[in-house]
Design a protein around this ligand. Structure first.
Ligand code: GLN
Length: 493
């Protein structure tokens, strides 16, 4: 079946014309419609998708060799797209249409002047997410909940929940996600798929609706490390005219080193990632994965990331601070929702934002405004920035004795929908293992490595040093050659 194929296999079949882009797109659109109840998609448009597919078929017929030509993928609704609405999962952007494509969308798809040649992928639609990517469960989506295909009574993770659901349920062969504090790695872990967040600055943030600009990064979510490598190769590269934090580092073909040997690889195991908070079922799966790496020739070294716990307060000061500034643009004047009735300009701002933002977004705007206020800035924001630097230094110290770092992505498997109720702290605390790498700007990934309670997937987190994506993908690929966790699928999909 078409939905059993990896991106690599789909691309090959399309090139050989054993399958047309239109057939592939139709197949996935039909699956998306059949499994609508999972809540993966926020927007689809058959006409747009099929038009892109027909154009891809014409290019294939003309001998065009773009690497992802005709391959259908879907995008997290944090990326702006000119042919689909872009909402960031928020009411304040309901029905909003962007006049341009995000650089990542352009690079994977049709390309755009100045944004790089497109790899030729076809867009299936826009995927559900927590509002402005703030959340860990997809429950903060203003539009609809999303369910984990492994157990529909559980959350798929977040904020890239729709992306993880779409891939795990095979409604799309791969998807984009964004990761500010774990939003690619955690849903990938909870849904049993593979995802990578590159080094901060490697993928352009242009057209990615901003949450916390010093942390936000785009990355691919797919079944295999090989597919992630293919997609990431197309997504990365400088975009200096459009993103002021884009790094001037040339795009790279991450597939080339996938098969490298892991003999002698030093894997650092941070002792702080294996403390009391780690559930025993998750721990068992992670321990087994580490033993598998030993069989593959790697050496395990104990390391310390002493400020791991501090990453929670640090992140939940810095991210809201940046969010409070970024979200000030949603004022009802320039774009998106505007309150229908108001007395004057100030009243219009207030009503628009009161109606347009959900609770978690409002909470973060308030926290962010507070920690940046005169009199509190030094005590909170500045202090957090200093500790952020120390967290980054801790990693550099650790990389003195190891080549990459391994541990859990999350302390537990996916929890039940509604389980954290009205307790945002319960969500925040579960971010403990993804936040340190995010604050340091390091690349990180989640690789399916077993199952825990309720037969729910567990992901192994691999963290690399800056620009270590090729090594990460190589380590994940070799693991996937030796195990089959990434090939398991939820019943009925
Ligand atoms: N769960 C984290 C938060 O709520 C991370 C979200 C993200 O990476 N976008 O902020």
């Amino acid at each position: 079946m078409v939905h059993d194929l990896t991106i690599a296999e789909l691309a090959a079949k399309l090139r050989k014309r054993e399958l047309s882009a239109v057939e592939a797109a139709r197949h996935f659109l039909a699956r998306g419609a059949a499994h609508e109840a999972l809540g993966a998609y926020l927007a689809t448009d058959e006409e747009v998708t099929l038009a892109q597919a027909r154009a891809a078929d014409a290019r294939i017929a003309a001998g065009d060799g773009a690497p992802l030509l005709g391959v259908p993928i879907a995008h997290k609704d944090i990326f702006v797209t000119k042919d689909f609405p872009s909402t960031a999962g928020s009411r304040i952007l309901e029905n909003y249409r962007s006049p341009f494509d995000a650089t990542v969308v352009a690079r994977l798809g049709q390309g755009a002047p100045g944004q790089g040649a497109g790899a030729g992928a076809v867009t299936l639609g826009k995927l559900n997410c927590d509002e402005f990517a703030m959340g860990s469960s997809n429950e903060n989506s203003a539009y609809r909940p999303a369910a984990n295909p492994w157990d529909r009574s559980r959350i798929p993770g977040g904020s890239s929940g729709g992306s993880a659901v779409a891939v795990a349920a095979r409604l799309a062969p791969a998807a984009t996600g964004t990761d500010t504090g774990g939003s690619i790695r955690q849903p990938a872990s909870f849904c049993g798929i593979t995802g990578i967040k590159p080094t901060y600055g490697r993928a352009s943030r242009y057209g990615m609706i901003a949450f916390a600009s010093s942390l936000d990064q785009a990355g691919p979510m797919a079944h295999t490390a090989q597919d992630c490598a293919l997609l990431l190769s197309a997504m990365c590269g400088p975009d200096l005219d459009r993103d002021s934090t884009s790094l001037d580092v040339a795009a790279q073909d991450f597939t080339r080193s996938l098969d490298d040997s892991l003999e002698g690889l030093r894997i650092g195991v941070p002792k702080e990632f294996f403390g009391e908070g780690l559930a025993t079922d998750v721990r068992a799966a992670i321990d087994a994965a580490l033993q598998e790496y030993r069989k593959l020739g790697a050496k395990l070294v104990e390391i310390s990331l002493p400020r791991t716990e501090l990453s929670i307060p640090v992140y939940y000061i810095i991210a809201p601070a940046e969010a409070s500034s970024n979200l000030s643009r949603f004022d009802g004047v320039k774009f998106g929702h505007r309150a229908a009735q108001y007395a004057d300009l100030l009243d219009m701002y207030k009503k628009t934002r009161a109606e347009g933002f959900g609770d978690e977004v409002k909470r973060r705007i308030m926290i962010g405004t507070y920690v940046l206020s005169h009199g509190y800035y030094d005590a909170y924001y500045l202090q957090a920035q200093k500790i952020r630097r120390m967290i980054a230094d801790d990693f550099q110290q650790a990389f003195g004795s190891c080549d990459l770092i391994a541990g859990p992505v999350a302390p537990t498997v996916a929890w039940k929908i509604g389980e954290h109720g009205n307790d945002p702290l319960a969500d925040y605390l579960a971010d403990i293992f993804t936040l340190p790498g995010s604050l340091a700007g390091l690349p990180g990934m989640s690789v399916p490595c077993g199952f825990g309670d309720g037969h729910m997937p567990v992901g192994l987190q691999l963290i690399g040093n800056y620009f270590g994506e090729a090594r990460l993908l190589n380590a994940a690929h070799r693991f996937q050659q030796a195990t089959d966790f990434h090939l398991r699928r939820p019943e009925g999909f």
